[in-house]
Design a protein around this ligand. Structure first.
Ligand SMILES: [Zn+2]
Length: 69
């Protein structure tokens, strides 16, 4: 299942949730209770990225040997 990142519009707290593809639930900020906005989605395999620059394979020149792919 995809991993989604949510951000509170109020206090900017960011949390990650693994949601079902359909019927994504509403997540509320644990700090102030505001409904959080989904800001991006990455597949769960990307969450174990250890790339020092935080990049992803989309910009990797050596995609054939990239350890993240
Ligand atoms: Zn908040």
């Amino acid at each position: 299942m995809p991993l989604y990142e949510y951000r509170c519009p109020d206090c900017r707290k960011v949390e990650e949730y693994i949601d079902p593809v359909e019927h994504a639930p509403v997540h509320r900020c644990g700090k102030c209770g505001r409904e959080m906005d989904r800001i991006l989605s990455v597949f769960s395999t990307a969450s174990k990225s250890s790339s020092p620059d935080g990049g992803d394979c989309g910009s990797c020149e050596n995609s054939g040997s990239c350890p993240l792919s």
